[in-house]
Design a binder for this molecule. Sequence first.
Ligand code: PLZ
Length: 454
Amino acid sequence: MTLTTSRSTEVQSGGPGLRQVRNVVTAIPGPKSVELNSRKSAAVARGVGISLPIYVQAAGGGVVLDVDGNTLIDLGSGIAVTGVGNSAPAIVAAVTEQVNQFTHTCFTITGYEGYVAVAELLNELTPGDHDKRTALFNSGAEAVENAVKIARHFTGKQAVVAFDHAYHGRTNLTMALTAKSMPYKSGFGPFAPEVYRAPSSYPFRDGGLSGAEAAERAITQIEKQIGASNLAAVIIEPIQGEGGFIVPAHGFLQTIAAWCRANGVVFIADEVQTGFARTGAMFASDHEDLVPDIIVTAKGIAGGLPLSAVTGRAEIMDAAHVGGLGGTYGGNPIACAAAIATIHSYQNDGLIERARDIEAVLLQELGALQAVDPRVGDVRGRGAMMAIELVDPATNEPDAALTTRVVSAAHAEGVILLTCGTYGNVIRFLPPLTISDDLLRDGISVLGNVLASS
Ligand code: PLZ
């Protein structure tokens, strides 16, 4: 095995000290990335795709530096993970200190303070002032699985409802919860039983149903097809992420949650993508005064280290017997040290306000694109979680081909852009909250140019 890139060139440190300007010096991908990608094709399973095959040397602030010396604007944060910025100094310091003390014990064998401290922070910060408990895991999907396990144990019931356009992960149960077949589910069945789908609220595409109307439609279907007496939990993303950055009509989430409360059904908010300042509030549920029974978090929680959590009402969380929840790595001490520093940064470094500022810049810039280009059918989202939906203006039909062309052209100009959406026609913006306005505006002006010529 060779590590050509880190040994043959001077290694550049990441973090906010990286020069914060877009700078494309080779084709994208450049020759070193192309070489690494051919090694990838020969060594890594084909199913693990890379949407922009540059290979990264360092990242921080609002940029990513690749092994060919290109500096790209980061409008993805590794899918909403590095909200505090890559290699943020406080997180690097906390992780370094922890690595030097111990790296692992398995929390369910011998305890350590970091795990407890993360649980305390989440119990305090998540919506609602009721008594809470938290359990830590490794990935978003693993936390979703555990939230469902806990809800089933508490209620003694089995059925779970997820929604159209939902994304909850790639493990067997979470594939069942996820709506979209390609690429997540196709050929990977059979899927876990007792998972049911309900219609969601998609203001741009559901003919303008109000939140209450969309909720009534879902509730009627749930009552007729499943019945509350069989239903353990309803799980929903307060803003649907992979499904297209869909903000439900106001009142939708509240009405579903109220029905759950009245019917002994656990309401689970999947805030894996929306959590931790991303939407201009600590949690997206806060925008709707929503108090979930269980909230699932991951991604932005630990500055890039793998960590996830299930936080919920004490009586629900404590229903499972001692030893019923766990895992070798869940709440790893290094990830916990990172999470404590990361959460403090969201609290103390003005990042919630920063997400709102980013929303204002993006609304202005994306609104200007929409004003001159009717193919931009919708501009939506909250905070630093915004998106545009590209359509055929005559019919509003999704235009996935245009979306792919635009995103590839932006990549070539040095802007990391991600797509999403059930119909593959949504471009989403998830910059690190540490990005400058200048980089943000430069990134969107590149988008405007490539859109105009696509
Ligand atoms: N719930 C709401 O957004 C992960 C998926 C990327 P993991 N979203 C990114 C991909 O193509 O695999 C996600 C999410 C919501 C759960 C998950 C799952 O989180 O940490 O990827 O397991």
